[in-house]
Design a protein around this ligand. Structure first.
Ligand code: SAM
Length: 244
């Protein structure tokens, strides 16, 4: 029997999910950044800045940006690691990655870019000081496999940072639901002419493991000292775990 998974609120065969997710990001790639600013009212920049501050990445480090999309984190990390470091921008989606590569070039950042699936990373074990995945894990079919892969490529002492939408503070739920299910698809229809992709965004956030569950998943994959920070009342959480 085929295994089932979620695509937003829909139940789909596991083999179908990656293709459906690819459809979403190929559709929104050109307007992805403007939509991010509009939807989050600029807050995604602060959430990403926080992740960079917490990362402990410094000069000469090797960083892997998984599901890096249009390259916000890669661009910031490239400045941190300097000419002796290395930052890989990776993503499974060609449209997002091409946009990311172009944005990095426009910002004067010359770094390696690779199209790859987080569940099968084409990198040696024990290689990176820091691996990050921002707003990507939610879209992956086998989240445990992806976390295990990200751990595998970390050096001992290296850390995995997962920045992702999470479970919002309970009193804010009604307002957040209204925003997610009414305003987001409306914005998506006006700016990208694609309300469905933004409906998927709202639904996929609701289906994603909450803070405590994701912490357990990271511990289950062998990461140690896992902790998390709630940002904007839990709209987003940053999880951090170490490979010992
Ligand atoms: C919401 S975007 C996030 C982009 C960027 N990290 C950011 O924070 O702006 C999610 C990205 O995850 C990528 N993605 C989804 N499934 C993936 C997988 N299995 N492996 C690698 N990337 C994946 C998508 O192609 C998309 O570019």
């Amino acid at each position: 029997m085929t295994n089932q998974t979620h695509f937003g609120f829909e139940t789909v065969a596991e083999e179908e999910k990656a293709g459906r997710v690819a459809g979403v990001f190929s559709s929104v790639a050109q307007k992805y950044d403007i939509m991010n600013d509009l939807m989050s009212m600029g807050l995604h920049r602060l959430w990403k800045m926080f992740a960079i501050e917490i990362s402990g990445v410094g000069s000469g480090d090797r960083v892997l940006d998984v599901a890096g999309g249009t390259g916000d984190l890669s661009a910031a990390f490239a400045k941190r690691v300097g000419p002796t470091g290395e930052v890989w921008l990776t993503d499974i989606n060609n449209a997002m990655l091409t946009r990311g590569r172009d944005r990095l070039l426009d910002a004067g950042v010359l770094g390696p870019v690779a199209q790859c699936d987080a569940e099968k990373l084409p990198f040696p074990s024990d290689h990176f000081d820091c691996v990050t995945v921002a707003f990507g894990l939610r879209n992956m079919t086998h989240k445990e496999s992806a976390i295990a892969e990200m751990r595998r490529v970390l050096k001992p002492g290296g850390r995995l940072l997962v920045l992702e939408f999470s479970k919002v503070w309970k009193p804010l739920e009604p307002a957040y639901d209204f925003y997610s299910f009414k305003i987001l698809p409306w914005l998506g229809s006006k700016v990208v002419n694609d309300p469905d992709s933004y409906r998927y965004l709202a639904e996929s956030i609701r289906m994603h493991p909450d803070q405590a569950t994701l912490k357990s998943m990271m511990e289950g994959a062998g990461l140690a000292r896992v902790d998390y920070f709630n940002l904007t009342a839990g709209v987003v959480a940053l999880h951090r775990g170490y490979k010992l």
